[in-house]
Structure formats: structure tokens, C-alpha cells
Design a protein around this ligand. Structure first.
Ligand code: FES
Length: 316
């Protein structure tokens, strides 16, 4: 990853829920920020030195500030958690925005499905559509309860509420939103989904009969939960026979980067396809959203996927 970070200043920090804070980021000298496209994200260097990607959730044409919302993850590697220590007035090293979750501006209509903090990229899409006077979209937003619903106040206003269905499961999987009535009959809409892995897998399952080019996924900020129940393993680089230990709370990408290897990466959440790496032997637990079934036999996305076998040999 190139180290092309620029410091942005935290102009405002506010709690959206007990576990989510929103940061208003501004240029330190008050210069305008670049316009971004709906669904874009930025990568920041957290106080703990980890790289984290967060979707921009403000109005894409707003050059005065960029908004990101961060969820407290107590089970991850501490990257998001350390963001909570940041104070107004401090600076945050930030890379230029990127977009791997582009909105199809010409879609007939839009179906948005978000879970928890996964609302963020979709919010920028909805803000963009509304700024153009469009209302040809509907959001299905799944959260635990009202208290744990980021942007509840905004989405409940008369201006937004007609296009929004908020569903609470109260922490009970049996009360999850029934997606089948939404996806049973393809209706020509483009579908955009961001949220926990389980929600995205459900949408993937339910849309198998939809045109694949109309189904779009993003997972930034959704959860660090992939680092729960991880098993350590060894990774071996085939060309040099060097062997490195991948501990429970580090990814292969983290380990190789710490060893001085430059691996192409961007999202670090298994959605962009940048870090695709061939492997030679070992058994992989695929946790990404980009590899085709036929690619999984000999490729791994090293930012999120792990080895099930004690050793994994990469073609590096
Ligand atoms: S960095 Fe995007 S899939 Fe790995």
C-alpha cells in the first residue's frame, strides 16, 4: 500500500449510538475536499497504526467535510477501537477516496439492504439520489433495536421515512428480516447490500435468480467479526521457502506487510479483489466476496481469508 496519507482534522465527533461514533473530517487549512462518488470509502491509519477502510456517509458533493461512522469492535484487532480515543481537533492520516461500490446512475430503481453500520455507503447513495430529486429507491435496514440504529433520527424524518423500512431483530436470529418476499420476483432494480457477513450471504442466496450484474456488495466497517475464532497457522512463501506465523488476530496481509512485503491491497475486507494471491498447497477458509467458485481451488484473498490447515504455501 502506498503511503500517500494526508492528515485531515477531526472537526466534530459525535455518538450516533452507544457503539458508533461519527467523525466530521475537514482539511486542516480549511481548503475544500474533493467531491466523491456515492459508495466511496477512505482508508485511514488508526491511532493503533492499523489501516482501516470506512465508507463516506455524507453528501458526495459536500466539499467542506467528509463524514465517517465507526463501530466499536471489542473482538477485533483494536483498529476501530483505537478510533474511539481520537478527539476533536486531532488529525487522522487519510488516503484519497476510492470507490469499489459504484452506484449505477442509470438503474431503473434501487433496492438497498443494510445491516447495522453497513448503512454508511448506502447513506451516501441515498443522499445523492435525493439531491437529484429521485425517490426510486427503498432501503431495508436491519438493526438490533432502536437504540442501536445509527442515523435513526435522519431516517425517521418525513423526508426519508417513505423510502425506508427499519427492521429490528432484538438480537434474535429467528426474528431476522424475511428477505424472500423482497427478492422473490426480480423487478429490474439494482441491489446494493452492505452489512454483516450473514446478511450479505443471505442476500447472495436470495438473489441467485437475479441478473448478477445488478447485485452489488460492500462490507467496509460492517464488522471485525471475521477475526473471532481464528486459528493461528504458518504461511510459507514458495520462492524463498520463508515461513511466517499468522497469529489469531492478524491477517496474512498484516503479517507479510510487517515482514516488508508489498502486497497490492485496498479494501482489506474481501470485496475489492486487489489482494488475490495464488496458493500452492494447504486448505483455505475463504471469507471474501469476490473469488469465483472456480478460482477458490488455487487463489486466496489474503486480507481476510485464512488457512484451515496448519500450513499454507503461497505462490510468492
Ligand atoms: S484488499 Fe480488497 S479483497 Fe483483499
Amino acid at each position: 500500500m502506498n503511503d500517500d496519507y494526508q492528515n485531515l482534522r477531526i472537526a466534530k465527533k459525535q455518538a450516533l449510538t452507544p457503539d458508533v461514533v461519527m467523525f466530521d473530517l475537514v482539511h486542516p487549512e480549511g481548503a475544500p475536499l474533493p467531491v466523491f462518488t456515492p459508495g466511496a470509502h477512505i482508508t485511514v491509519k488508526t491511532p493503533k497504526g492499523l489501516h482501516r477502510s470506512y465508507s463516506l456517509c455524507g453528501e458526495p458533493l459536500d466539499t467542506q467535510r467528509w463524514l465517517i461512522a465507526v463501530k466499536r469492535e471489542t473482538t477485533g484487532r483494536g483498529g476501530s477501537l483505537s478510533m474511539f480515543d481520537l478527539l476533536e481537533g486531532e488529525v487522522l492520516p487519510t488516503k484519497p477516496w476510492l470507490n469499489q461500490f459504484e452506484l449505477n446512475e442509470n438503474a431503473k430503481s434501487y433496492l438497498f439492504v443494510a445491516g447495522g453500520i453497513g448503512i454508511t455507503p448506502i447513506l451516501s447513495m441515498m443522499r445523492h439520489l435525493m439531491s437529484q430529486g429521485k425517490s426510486n429507491f427503498h432501503l431495508f435496514y436491519c438493526t438490533r433495536d432502536e437504540l442501536n440504529t445509527p442515523f435513526m433520527d435522519l431516517l425517521s424524518t418525513p423526508e426519508w421515512s417513505a423510502m425506508v423500512t427499519i427492521h429490528h431483530d432484538h438480537g434474535d436470529p429467528s426474528q431476522s428480516l424475511d428477505l424472500w418476499p423482497i427478492f422473490e420476483s426480480p423487478n429490474g432494480a439494482d441491489v446494493y447490500c452492505c452489512g454483516p457477513k450473514g446478511l450479505m450471504e443471505s442476500v447472495q442466496d436470495m438473489t441467485g435468480h437475479w441478473p448478477s450484474e445488478c447485485i452489488h456488495f460492500e462490507s467496509f466497517g460492517a464488522s471485525d467479526q471475521q477475526f473471532v475464532l481464528n486459528t493461528p497457522f504458518e504461511v510459507v512463501l514458495n520462492a524463498s521457502a520463508q515461513q511466517f506465523h499468522v497469529p489469531e488476530h492478524s491477517s496474512i496481509l498484516d503479517v507479510l506487510r510487517a515482514e516488508g512485503y508489498s502486497i497490492k491491497s485496498s479494501c482489506e475486507s474481501g470485496t475489492c479483489g486487489s489482494c488475490k494471491t495464488r496458493f500452492i498447497s494447504g486448505e483455505v477458509e475463504h471469507r471474501d466476496f469476490v473469488l469465483l467458485e472456480e478460482e477458490k481451488a488455487d487463489h486466496i484473498m489474503v486480507c481476510v481469508s485464512r488457512a484451515k490447515s496448519p500450513t499454507l504455501v503461497l505462490d510468492l
